[in-house]
Design a protein around this ligand. Structure first.
Ligand SMILES: Nc1nc2c(c(=O)[nH]1)N[C@H]1C(S)=C(S)[C@@H](COP(=O)(O)OP(=O)(O)OC[C@H]3O[C@@H](n4cnc5c(=O)[nH]c(N)nc54)[C@H](O)[C@@H]3O)O[C@H]1N2
Ligand SMILES: Nc1nc2c(c(=O)[nH]1)N[C@H]1C(S)=C(S)[C@@H](COP(=O)(O)OP(=O)(O)OC[C@H]3O[C@@H](n4cnc5c(=O)[nH]c(N)nc54)[C@H](O)[C@@H]3O)O[C@H]1N2
Ligand code: SF4
Ligand SMILES: [Mo]
Length: 677
């Protein structure tokens, strides 16, 4: 009998659901889930092609070990023994700080919970996930301003917005199914503002398009706040009741006039004024943002500037309002909720707060747990390079292609005594590993995933993993047991039951309550319906008020120079996903998007005698990469854009980071571009 198995899309944080149809143990096709509350039956190209990836012949089938350049197939017993022996040896010789663990926002909540638990039971503080490269500034900035970092309102609520301000997000390509909600709002008369240095498919939806220079968002946002204040468009009552710090904020933006901001951003002052008026004066305005805001040395400042704007205009805590940081990976929200982060234990209990640690020490019957913030993902790479970290266990991440300054990443990983990589494919990172462990993919396992809406959904197992691949949950438990750690869980439900006990926002999200559409956290008890809108009755801070935190414009770390006269910005396209290990294996996606390209303005191209399709070399202070030139008015003069889905892009990106959240400045590098004859 054919079966239809409900699963959650393994790509982005939108959390679309679809069915995998199974016949005789094999997935035959996928089927749309018309009653899914966020995706309503729609799917984008990547999900439509997902079975090509699931059944790709490159899937890892057996554990392998590397000696020299030689890869040898070994048994699970040998692989787990070697991994455990290597980690235990590092622990003995160099102590727990010499171990670094990267958890995976591709994995379920249960798997992330176990990976961070394994790390902390081993005694290391160094556990992190790719949120570090993504929304770490939202976690830091919004927790500080509002007391919670999640997306405040669900997508469907955009239909209630009268004005939607999209800044630094290209959701038409990167959360494509969710951009339908903006179309719906527009058809009901909502005004759309888009601020982006590039003309993207998202900008095509805009009534006001603000084409700012890369890295100048604080100037733009502060100027919008200043217009709202000058023109009396702020919400006095809301400010008095729910916020503190207004006078300081007001004086901090006093000189941020629209013409001052025009000089920095390149956006005409009158456009800044009309965007500010549209946002502040509408009865319900929402802000959507993502990597164009966070991936900067000023990432946390950018986030706080947006929170300030929303708060002074009272555009938060109601239907149609709010701050919507669009999460990236399918389970990056969950990986953070589960405490797979350098600064937090599960439920955002601070790693440097002894009472939090005591709470987990008792709950886990541990004799001791590490206190204090660990190294972030990017700091672990640095620490590997200078010998402070000697062993790494990397689950479902590909830092060689996703961390900045790829040459440095490779040197760092090559200096390790032990590198264990657990993935579904042989990635660039895995090719530097001593041990590679084959993992099951999404449709081959069960568990919960938390979408960007904070929607916790159960994804079912449809088929068996290929070859000897095992679920991440099984692998982590077996590794834990060999290390003498109490990690004995029969299945994901058993882990979820522990999460229910230890993470208050997930307390009511029990296995038996997780039907179609799941539940939105916080859901503090088994009778609670979930909380689609945050902050509707005050903020999760000590006194229930949000804090206005003044921020001042600072330029990006790298400025164009004579040697590197262009600004390189990097990001995504609709048809590929992140470092590309999955989508580059889909024939139908590759046919439509086959290679690495660099977008350049036609005027710049003409000056450099570059024609569309030419093979060009892009170089920065870190290295050089070849790509096909794409001449297009999508980028302004002086700016070039490259996606990072093919190897090469991250050879170029800079080391500079945001000092508060540790995120690298993926969005601004000084570069040169020339024809490679
Ligand atoms: N198709 C596809 N979808 C994806 C992914 C994917 O790889 N491919 N990845 C997923 C992940 S992990 C994430 S985090 C999300 C990311 O989703 P997005 O944040 O939408 O992705 P990006 O393309 O990195 O950047 C968004 C926009 O920021 C703009 N930008 C660059 N610099 C600046 C700036 O200084 N200021 C402003 N205001 N804007 C700027 C870029 O031009 C770009 O249009 O997508 C998720 N969904
Ligand atoms: N230049 C530049 N670089 C960037 C960015 C940018 O905008 N520009 N964006 C950054 C952002 S936002 C992000 S999120 C990071 C992403 O960085 P990474 O997380 O390193 O990138 P992915 O390619 O998504 O890697 C996920 C890996 O998990 C594997 N995988 C999939 N499913 C499973 C599973 O069930 N189990 C296991 N064990 N493995 C699995 C995949 O094969 C893949 O290798 O990249 C960052 N890097
Ligand atoms: S929008 Fe995201 S979650 Fe939805 S189908 Fe596309 S990749 Fe999957
Ligand atoms: Mo991301």
């Amino acid at each position: 009998m054919p079966r239809s198995v409900p699963t959650i899309c393994p790509y982005c944080g939108a959390g679309c659901g679809f069915y995998v149809n199974v016949e005789k143990g094999r997935a035959t096709n996928i089927e749309y889930m018309a009653d899914h509350p966020a995706s309503e039956g729609a799917l984008c190209s990547k999900a439509n092609a997902s079975l090509e990836v699931l059944y790709h012949p490159d899937r890892l089938l057996h554990p392998v070990k590397r000696s020299g350049d030689q890869l040898t197939r070994i048994s699970w017993d040998e692989a787990l023994e070697a991994a455990a022996r290597g980690l235990a040896g590092t622990l003995r010789r160099f102590g727990p700080d010499a171990i670094g663990i990267l958890s995976s926002s591709k994995c379920s909540n249960e798997e992330n919970y176990l990976i961070q638990k394994l790390a902390r039971l081993l005694g290391t503080r160094n556990v992190d996930n790719c949120a570090r490269l993504c929304h770490a500034p939202s976690v830091v900035g919004l927790n500080r301003s509002l007391g919670a970092a999640g997306m405040t309102n669900p997508f469907a609520d955009l239909a209630n917005s009268r004005c939607i301000f999209v800044i630094g997000s290209n959701l038409a390509e990167n959360h494509p199914v969710m951009s339908r909600w903006i179309h719906k709002a527009r058809s009901k008369g909502a005004i759309v503002i888009v601020a982006d240095p590039r003309r993207t498919p998202t900008s095509w939806m805009a009534d006001h398009f603000l084409q700012l220079r890369p890295g100048t968002d604080v100037a733009l946002i502060n100027a919008m706040a200043s217009v709202a204040i000058e023109q009396g468009l702020i919400d006095r009552q809301f400010l008095d009741l729910w916020t503190c710090g207004y006078q300081e904020l007001k004086s901090s933006v006093k000189d941020c006039t629209p013409s001052w901001a025009e000089g920095i951003t390149g956006v005409p002052a009158e456009d800044i004024v009309s965007a500010a008026q549209a946002y502040a004066a509408s009865p319900a305005s929402s802000i959507l943002y993502s990597m164009g805001i966070t991936q900067h040395t000023t990432g946390t400042d950018n986030v706080q500037a947006l929170a300030n704007l929303a708060l002074i205009c009272g555009q938060i805590g109601r239907e149609g309002t709010g701050l919507l940081p669009l999460r990236g990976q399918n389970n990056v929200q969950g990986a953070c909720d589960m405490g797979a982060l350098a600064e937090f234990y599960p439920g955002y209990r601070r790693a440097d707060d002894p009472s939090s640690i005591e709470h987990f020490r008792q709950a886990w019957s541990a004799s001791d747990l590490p206190v204090g913030r660990g190294l972030t993902a990017t700091e672990m790479i640095d620490a590997a390079a200078d010998g402070r970290i000697r062993a790494m266990y990397i689950v479902g991440e590909d830092p060689v292609n996703s961390e900045p300054h790829g040459g440095h990443t490779i040197t760092a990983l090559e200096s390790l005594d032990l590198l264990v990589v657990q993935d579904i494919f042989m990635t660039a990172t895995a090719s530097h590993a001593d041990l590679v462990l084959p993992a099951a993919a999404w449709a081959e396992k069960e568990g919960t995933y938390t979408s960007t809406e904070r929607r916790v959904q159960w994804s079912c197992r449809a088929v068996d993993p290929p070859g000897e691949a095992r679920t991440d949950l099984q692998i982590v438990c077996s590794l834990g047991k060999r290390l003498g750690l109490p990690l004995d869980y029969p299945d994901a439900s058993a882990v979820l039951a522990e999460i229910n006990r230890l993470v208050p926002a997930y307390q009511g999200i029990t296995r038996d309550r997780l039907g179609p559409g799941g539940l939105i956290w916080p859901c503090p008890s088994v009778n609670h319906p979930g909380t689609p809108i945050l902050h509707s009755s005050g903020f999760k801070t000590a006194d229930g008020r949000a804090t206005l935190l003044p921020v001042h414009y600072r330029p990006p770390a790298e400025k164009p120079s004579e040697r590197f006269p262009f600004t390189l910005t990097t990001g995504r396209i609709a048809l590929h996903h992140n470092a590309g290990s999955m989508t580059r294996r889909s024939p139908s996606l590759m046919q439509r998007a086959p290679n690495l390209f660099v977008e350049i303005n036609p005027a710049d191209a003409a000056r450099l005698q570059i024609e569309d399709g030419d093979d060009v070399e892009v170089s920065t202070a870190r290295g050089r990469t070849r790509a096909a030139a794409r001449t297009t008015g999508r980028v302004s003069r002086g700016v070039v854009f490259m996606p990072f889905h093919f190897p090469g892009t991250n050879i170029l990106t800079p080391d500079a980071r945001d000092s508060q959240a540790g995120i690298p400045e993926f969005k601004v590098a000084a570069c040169n571009i020339s024809r490679s004859d």
